[in-house]
Design a protein around this ligand. Structure first.
Ligand SMILES: [Fe+2]
Ligand SMILES: [Fe+2]
Length: 351
């Protein structure tokens, strides 16, 4: 697309930036307006909260350490009346960054350190805009849903298809991954004797478990060298971003626990919420097994698939630490006795 066209598209999104240092606002204004964004810059955080109350904005960029109130307090206030706003936090020196827990609790979608180079911030804004587009699409679909069952069913299937295509377009290396995670999850669910309704949630939840990767810059997602801690923590935001994107549609409410918690570990060392044991939603524990199995057994540009005996011993070793022991046991049983079903899924949805 031509540069002018991109700028035109960017101008439909309203960004509000808040920093008590007018110099930062000036710099942001120059470079964001150059990229075509529609920016409102404010130096007073209290005034900013009032503006957000009375005016629509898509994205908020705000400084963490400010007077008279810090950025996290501003977000706390804003979240009381606005859950949709996409929020990026700017931090000064690394040590001054708020703890990750705070970032997740307040539903902040990303943060980056202030620097003279604005590239990282620009990438985060671009990813943010993509997430906002998704959120708007979902919102529109949700609003358009008529109350007749037939139309609802049709819109539901269409929205699933639209979203699926976006997820797959994002990362060619994981094409097929979502389908396989979905099918493996259903297989485990059937083995556990779950209801039709739970199987449906597992199927759709598996398809969308990684939708939040839309909000992670490609430069990080597709990097084939080692990730820095900062980059890794941005990847770790994908479950929360996914849950945020889907939170606008009531029809997706029941799959959000899977999207949000598929990287939790049974011993409480996972993310984003460090949930432990049965605190982790049951269906998310199933999806976690399916997701890890697929990650171990699919070929990526930077590594080959693990041999099946290694995979099995990993599931044995990690039952009770990474995985729910009961689910790991059922899955090992499938690997041992019904491997043809696994093979069938792998062949059907090969990348
Ligand atoms: Fe994931
Ligand atoms: Fe995944």
């Amino acid at each position: 697309m031509r540069k002018g066209a991109v700028q035109n598209e960017n101008s439909q999104y309203k960004i509000i930036a808040v920093d008590d240092d007018p110099g930062v606002i000036d710099t942001l204004s120059v470079f964001l307006r150059r990229s075509g964004y529609n920016l409102t810059g404010l130096t007073n955080p209290v005034e900013a909260v009032e503006r957000i109350k009375s005016e629509h904005f898509d994205l908020l960029i705000l400084d963490f350490i400010m007077t008279p109130v810090h950025g996290d307090a501003v977000v706390e206030e804003v979240r009381k009346f606005n859950k949709d706003l996409y929020i990026l936090l700017l931090t000064g020196h690394k040590d001054l960054a708020p703890p990750l827990e705070t970032i997740r609790r307040l539903d902040i979608q990303g943060y980056c350190e202030k620097s003279d180079k604005q590239d990282q911030l620009l990438l985060l804004i671009e990813s943010g805009i993509k997430s906002i587009e998704q959120m708007n699409t979902i919102k529109r679909i949700n609003e358009e849903l008529s109350d007749t069952y037939e139309k609802l069913e049709k819109a539901y299937m269409e929205s699933i298809e639209t979203l699926r295509q976006t997820v797959e377009a994002k990362d060619v290396y994981t094409r097929g991954h979502s389908d396989r995670v979905s099918a493996f999850s259903v297989l485990i669910g059937e083995k556990l004797g779950l209801s039709e309704e739970d199987l449906r949630i597992l199927r759709i939840g598996g398809l969308f478990h990684d939708i939040g990767k839309i909000g992670v810059p490609d430069s990080i997602l597709l990097k084939d060298s080692k990730l820095s801690d900062d980059e890794y923590s941005q990847i770790k935001n994908h479950p929360s971003i996914g849950a945020h994107i889907l939170s606008n549609a009531t029809i997706f409410a029941d799959i959000i626990p899977i999207v949000k918690h598929h990287h939790e570990k049974y011993d409480g060392t996972g993310y984003p919420s460090k949930l432990k044991g049965e605190e982790i939603p049951f269906l998310a524990r199933i999806a976690a097994v399916a997701d890890t199995f697929d990650a171990m057994t699919s070929v990526r540009p930077y590594r080959t698939a693990l041999p099946m005996d290694v995979v099995k011993s990993e599931f044995q070793r990690c039952a009770g630490t990474q995985f729910d022991p009961q689910i790991a046991k059922v899955f090992l049983d499938i690997l041992e006795n019904e491997f043809d079903k696994i093979k069938e899924i792998q062949e059907k949805y090969s990348a």
